[in-house]
Write a protein that binds this ligand. Structure first.
Ligand SMILES: Nc1ncnc2c1ncn2[C@@H]1O[C@H](COP(=O)(O)OP(=O)(O)O)[C@@H](O)[C@H]1O
Ligand SMILES: [Mg+2]
Length: 291
């Protein structure tokens, strides 16, 4: 049997290259405050992969995506083990477009910090008088460029995104910049409206797109997971202060209260966190996670 080694190990995901396709595997690792915790959140990786699968299916009429299968039977024999089942996605290999497509429906985080300074977020002027975590009148597209390892991603204007893409794909800068902006807004609107109806606010998120062999723009990476987005519970939502994170609040609260823990969390905090991931999955998809 052919064995495979990940070509890339991210904080949470491992990527395998099987030739004409990739296999993205979401592990049970969890990060908080940019640090990987010592604990594993059992099943978190399955939740993330199955959530992406749900959203890719839900939005394939808006734009095609890279998902080929989440069934390990469609993957090489090496992957047909319980260690990979449920958490692996076979994906079409794309030429990635080097822009992080961020969309914000609510004002929080770095956007809130910038708005307080000068009333803008990434060069976009917003109405006066917004409170922290307020809903924006319309979602805004705030692209950034992927930083080299260690650096922070750099926010750029839409105009600058055209220049970056013109350099990467001569003759196509404006076309691709517009396509990924319009797709980002359309995807966010459809999915955030749906999530809201199920009790989850998707405050903001990030998409990545690539080109297939025909040069068409295709949605890649992960989609609308708590790792690529801010999920807030609708219940108790109140602008004017920060909101609890749907999935990581127990972890963050405990870490703040226990600064000397060395990122080793007690079992009950981990259990409550697992329950939150499964709850989010059930709210969004209407089904229990298959295990
Ligand atoms: N279909 C695809 N084809 C090729 N590369 C992809 C595809 N989907 C996502 N990627 C890339 O795979 C990588 C996933 O890495 P990830 O674990 O998210 O770490 P990071 O975001 O820190 O680079 C990213 O570089 C992403 O752009
Ligand atoms: Mg990533």
């Amino acid at each position: 049997m052919e064995e495979f080694k990940p070509v890339k190990e991210g904080k949470v995901r491992e990527i395998y290259d099987i030739g004409d396709a990739l296999i993205m595997v979401a592990t049970d690792r969890i990060s908080a405050f940019d640090v990987i915790l010592k604990n594993k959140v059992v099943s978190k990786g399955k939740v993330l992969t199955q959530m992406s699968r749900f959203w890719f299916d839900y939005t394939k009429d808006i734009i095609p995506n890279h998902m080929l299968s989440t069934d390990t039977k469609d993957m090489p024999a090496f992957f047909q083990t319980p260690a990979f089942e449920g958490r692996s996605m076979l994906c079409k290999k794309l030429t990635m477009i080097p822009i992080e497509c961020i969309v914000r429906g609510y004002i929080t985080g770095s956007g809130w910090a910038s708005y307080q300074k000068n009333g803008t977020v990434c060069g976009i002027t917003l109405p006066a008088g917004l409170k922290e975590c307020d809903k924006l009148p319309e979602p805004i597209y705030t692209p950034s460029t992927k930083a080299e390892i260690g650096d922070h991603d750099e926010n750029i204007s839409f105009e600058r995104s055209i220049e970056v893409l013109e350099k990467a794909f001569p003759g196509h800068g404006e076309e691709y910049a517009k396509k990924i902006r319009d797709a980002t807004i359309a995807l966010y609107k459809k999915c955030a409206d749906y999530a809201l109806s199920r009790g989850i606010i998707i405050a903001d998120t990030k998409f990545e797109f690539g080109l297939n062999e025909k040069g068409e723009v295709v949605l890649g990476d992960e989609m609308l997971t708590p790792d690529s987005s801010r999920f807030w519970p609708l219940e108790g939502y109140e602008p004017g202060h920060g909101q609890p994170s749907f999935d990581k609040q127990f972890v963050r609260d405990w870490l703040k209260a226990n600064p000397d823990s060395d990122y080793n969390l007690p079992a009950d905090v981990i259990d409550k966190t697992i329950a939150k991931y499964k709850e989010a999955y059930k709210l969004l998809t209407g089904s229990d996670l298959a295990e």
